[in-house]
Design a protein around this ligand. Structure first.
Ligand code: AMP
Ligand code: MG
Length: 309
């Protein structure tokens, strides 16, 4: 396909392009080298960053247009959930993909280690507090899924959560609770878009080396990240279980190939755009009475102008 800046991508085309990333409900997901379904190096028909540049610019432009209508309609909110291993490109994806939207219509929340106050509440509390309002797009940079990812890989963290009694089958239960919560949100006008940026272990190694070698990138490197890398297989397993158990019809997961940053950004823009196209928000029409009033005011404004001239 030729990429020309002026060709907006159609909804049908978008659907086709993002279909390989979507996780079917109850699918058994395998990640890593033995994955048949998800290749971190995938880049559709694009070969280089430059190839994808125009397509990304067009996606970003369309996102801005749909977001303006989403805000005017003020009925639905879009919640984008971003999960990934360290150095997969979450921050860069947010920066690029949202570069065309009105900042007033977007909120971004990075979730860190929970505070003492947050730990005094049920585990979904702090996420509920940061949900986007109707008409806006909210980005969760990490999310409630950390509760079945980092906490699963480090179950000793559960000891900080003040949970009542014995917690049997805790992960299965949390999957159910998360699905129930997301269903409630979806039923009430929150469109949920879940993105897992799928990075390979070799590419993470390259990016860590880069962060160590380039002084301006040193700040991005965290000694703790290297320790988490040692638990790579445990994290991949935790992600596989999350993707299998919590990809639902109302809140599906997408496994976004992330070894090429530019492709991850393009794919993320497509997936979010698809959600907005599904909503298809419309500018509200005023009722006939208000419209008649407007025309009256228009007459007066015109008369004012004539009077002055
Ligand atoms: P970063 O996104 O690189 O700034 O790091 C945020 C850190 O907070 C990561 O190491 C996450 O694993 C950690 N984190 C986020 N949410 C939770 C949570 N619910 N429980 C424990 N750690 C968390
Ligand atoms: Mg980090």
């Amino acid at each position: 396909m030729e990429n020309t800046a002026s060709t907006p991508v159609s909804h049908a085309d978008l659907r086709k392009r993002i279909a390989p990333f979507r996780v079917k409900p109850r699918a058994v997901v395998r990640l890593g080298d033995d994955s048949k379904d998800f290749d971190p190096g995938y880049r559709d028909q694009f070969v280089t960053r430059a190839d994808a540049g125009l397509a990304l610019a067009e996606g970003v432009r369309q996102l801005g247009e749909y977001q303006a209508r989403l805000a005017a309609q003020s009925t639905y909110a879009v919640l984008v959930i971003l999960q990934a291993m360290d150095a997969a490109g979450k921050d860069g994806t947010i920066k690029h993909v949202l570069s065309g939207v009105n900042p007033q219509g977007v909120t971004v929340h990075p979730f860190k280690v929970p505070s003492l106050i947050e730990l005094q509440h049920d585990y979904l509390w702090r996420y509920q507090l940061q949900l986007p309002e109707r008409g806006s797009i909210g980005i969760f940079n990490r999310s409630h899924y950390e509760e079945v990812l980092v906490v699963r890989v480090h179950p000793e963290l559960l000891g900080n959560e003040h949970l009542p009694g014995a917690q049997t089958d805790i992960w299965k239960r949390r999957f159910r609770e998360i699905n129930d919560w997301e269903r409630y949100l979806a039923d009430n006008g929150v469109r949920i878009v879940k993105l897992f940026l799928n990075l390979s272990k070799q590419e993470q190694r390259r990016r860590f080396l880069d962060r160590i070698d380039e002084p301006d990138k040193n700040w991005k490197f965290n000694v703790a990240d290297a320790l988490e890398r040692e638990r790579w297989d445990d994290y991949q397993h935790a992600y596989e279980e999350v993707l299998s158990a919590t990809s639902t019809k109302y809140a599906p997961w997408h496994v976004v190939p992330a070894d090429h940053k530019w492709f991850a950004r393009l794919a993320a823009s497509w997936i979010i755009l698809d959600a907005l196209m599904d909503i298809d928000p419309k500018y509200p029409k005023v009722d006939p009475q208000t419209r008649a009033k407007m025309l009256e005011i228009k007459e007066r404004l015109l008369a004012e102008g004539r009077h002055r001239e």
